[in-house]
Design a protein around this ligand. Structure first.
Ligand SMILES: *Cc1c(COP(=O)(O)O)cnc(C)c1O
Length: 394
């Protein structure tokens, strides 16, 4: 890759340039579906079997297509190294189980992806790992919960499921003692770079905005060479490596993330403002709105306010259910970051198993709707939301 010594390249430029192997003249990423690679001598085989993350040995250890995607993410996150996994949860479970042992303690944010919460709540205790949940938006909450000598890992997610709460990355990066990991899925590598704030590891469900087309299930973690070597050693036994085909789609998606994210963020701001002015909706949450309680923090640490917004319908549960069924352009589905606008009613779908108290703690009201803005024309989406709002009042 050509270096530009005059000025650092913009992340959007790097997203197009990164993850290209020396001497590879295929402009598009190359798919290596092979699970295995040959070697010519016993000596070479021995070298591959005992080296760290060999690229051409056995795909669970490494693979040129997967490596290209990993290198691209490492470049965008300003990391020494990255490792891709079979999903975002594959990445998170590897970080948790690869770094923590029986007797260790984890501090995690309460506002977090439901899969991560279940992993911490149900699997960790079984492994003898204690977890303390804190309010990630409260100043000093992570630091206060750290037990010196015992807390191995601090887990944050920002912007967080489902209400787009933010965690102060600078404060998180300043924690001394435990390792810190940020689930940055909602932001994407173009929306914020937690490592620049001193955080140790950044994690993405690349299933979402990075791959960006709902055609790959893949996760990725980036950080120092040393931490990634440790994670690799566990991951090769854990077996949660990414599929080369998903890595291909994720790298292809990364090339266009800049334009997609920019349009989705512009659409999200427009729809958020439209909803704020509508009497049927309240509590509109979007990091780009002046009314967001952490607007100043968003401006300090985010380069894009992202593609997601949430709001509450004043009509409560009945209105929430009606709204998501009434949209004609937006689809009902739980993912995010793709071309199609998606709407969910968490209280009756993704979070249906929670008690009313747990729902309230998670910031989910009976009429809460989450929106992942896609790439449809914004006026069409506004009209769709307007008619769906009218349907909730009918
Ligand atoms: C989807 C998601 C995950 C899990 O990713 P999968 O690829 O579905 O395993 C983790 N964190 C966040 C914030 C997510 O949105």
């Amino acid at each position: 890759m050509a270096e530009n010594n005059e000025q650092p390249l913009d992340l959007r430029t790097r997203a197009v340039m990164a993850g290209r192997a020396e001497g590879e003249n295929s402009l598009a990423p190359v798919l290596y579906p092979s699970s295995v690679f040959t070697y010519d001598s016993v000596e070479e085989g021995q070298k591959l079997a005992t080296s760290l993350a060999p690229e051409r040995f056995y795909t669970r250890y490494g693979n040129p297509t997967i490596n290209a995607f990993e290198e691209a993410v490492a470049d965008l996150e300003g990391a020494e190294a990255a490792r891709a996994f079979s999903s975002g949860m594959g990445a998170m479970s590897t970080v948790v189980l690869g770094l923590c042992s029986s007797g260790d303690h984890i501090v995690a944010q309460r506002q977090i992806y439901a899969g991560t919460q279940l992993l911490l709540q149900s699997v960790c205790p079984r492994m003898g790992i204690d977890v303390t949940f804190v309010d990630g938006t409260a100043e000093g909450a992570f630091a206060d919960a750290v037990i010196p000598g015992k807390t191995m890992l601090v887990i944050a997610e920002t912007p967080a499921n489902p209400r787009l709460d933010l965690v102060d990355l600078e404060a998180l990066g300043a924690l001394s003692g435990p390792m810190t990991v940020v689930d940055s899925t909602f932001a994407t590598p173009l929306g914020q770079n937690p490592l620049a704030f001193g955080v140790d590891l950044v994690l993405h469900s690349a299933t979402k905005g990075i791959a960006g087309h709902n055609d790959a299930t893949i996760g990725v973690v980036a950080g120092s060479q040393e931490l990634l070597a440790w994670l690799w050693s566990f991951a090769v036994l854990h077996g949660g490596n990414a599929s080369p085909f998903d890595a291909l789609n994720a790298l292809r998606g990364l090339r266009t993330l800049g334009v997609r994210l920019d349009q989705q963020a512009a659409t999200a701001l427009h729809l958020a403002q439209f909803l704020e002015s509508n009497p049927g909706a309240c509590e509109v949450r979007y990091p780009g709105l002046d009314s967001h309680p952490q607007r100043a923090l968003a401006q300090r640490q985010m380069n894009s306010n992202g593609s997601l917004l949430t709001f509450d319908l004043v009509g409560g549960s009945a209105a929430g259910r009606k709204f998501v069924e009434a949209t004609k352009i937006a689809w009902q589905a739980t993912s995010l970051g793709g071309p199609e606008t998606l709407v969910t009613h968490p209280a009756s779908t993704t979070h249906v198993s929670l008690t009313p108290e747990e729902l309230a703690l998670s910031g989910i009201g009976p009429g809460t709707v989450r929106v992942s803005c896609g790439l449809e024309q914004v006026n069409d989406l506004q009209a769709d939301f307007a008619q769906a709002l009218a349907a909730t009042e009918a």
